[in-house]
Design a binder for this molecule. Structure first.
Ligand SMILES: Nc1ncnc2c1ncn2[C@@H]1O[C@H](COP(=O)(O)OP(=O)(O)OP(=O)(O)O)[C@@H](O)[C@H]1O
Ligand SMILES: [Mg+2]
Length: 253
């Protein structure tokens, strides 16, 4: 059975998609069988693998119809490492209202993943910047949550809010555990960020990953170019950082 990790934070632009994409690619390069699931109507993860054009089917259908199966596409990077992606598009934003009257609306993704989870070692779920039904579905389906955050004061308030929501979700999914918080866009030049990091390590202890991802132009460029860092030229330093994060993830499961 796969280890299922939701990458979540209701705050926008903190590095959820970048973390999901590069953790997934890093795990795949180590020979793990990886499925990445896009649960965000913005579908940045889908676009991050260049899959946004001519999609026949997306995750929306499988969330609304129990009998439909998850569309899964295989992508190979330049060095031939394969990764599987379940794509999304904007139609996913309709699931919230379309599922209001559906029974077990929070369990839809869990039920779909239970049909395929023996095919993978790791399933990573990217979530939107909200705590709506899509994020709840991801948290109900997962065994672990990885929380990317910026080292800013308001981000810390957001983390407290997220912890409360996680406790609520544990009512539906008692197996859900926090794997860790990752500083995903750290700017060491800013005093504010150093102070907030100290505070975070004090209050969250070893639930904060030792690996810190600094702001790095190659990370930004690779995501705009629609590839993971592992397929982007000149991104060795950034890759090395995600390799360390991958090692920490493997050590924690
Ligand atoms: N370490 C980094 N250095 C520089 N840019 C980064 C870094 N991590 C992420 N980014 C950039 O920051 C932006 C936001 O990152 P990302 O899309 O991963 O966040 P997100 O939490 O998924 O956003 P959303 O909430 O909208 O889904 C992107 O343009 C991404 O390329
Ligand atoms: Mg995102």
């Amino acid at each position: 059975m796969a280890v299922i990790i939701a990458v979540a934070n209701q705050k926008g632009g903190v590095g959820k998609t970048t973390t999901a994409c590069n953790l997934g690619a890093g795990l795949a390069r180590r020979g793990e069988r990886v499925l990445l699931v896009d649960m965000d109507p913005q579908s940045n993860l889908t676009a991050g693998f260049g899959l946004e054009k001519n999609l026949d089917d997306t995750i929306t259908h499988a969330l609304l119809d129990r009998n439909a199966s998850l569309p899964i596409l295989q992508v190979e990077d330049k060095s031939g490492v394969a990764i599987n992606v379940c794509p999304a598009d904007l139609s996913l934003s309709g699931v919230e209202t379309a599922s209001v009257e559906k029974l077990g609306r929070e369990m839809r993704l869990r039920d779909q993943l239970s049909k395929v989870d023996t095919d993978y070692d790791f399933i990573l779920i990217d979530t939107p910047p909200s705590l709506g039904v899509l994020t709840i579905n991801a948290l109900v389906a997962a065994n672990w949550v990885v929380i990317p955050t910026e080292a800013r004061f308001f981000s810390m308030q957001g983390l407290d809010m997220l912890s409360e929501s996680l406790e609520e979700v544990q009512y539906l999914n008692p197996n859900l555990r926090i794997m860790g918080v990752v500083l995903s866009k750290f700017d060491r030049r800013l005093r504010e960020e150093q102070k907030v990091t100290e505070y975070l390590r004090e209050s969250w202890g070893d639930r904060v990953f030792s690996t810190v991802v600094p702001t790095n132009s190659k990370i930004l460029e690779a995501s705009s170019a629609g590839v993971s860092l592992y397929a982007y030229k000149g991104a060795n330093a950034a890759r090395g950082i995600y390799d360390k994060l991958v090692e920490e993830v493997i050590a924690r499961v």
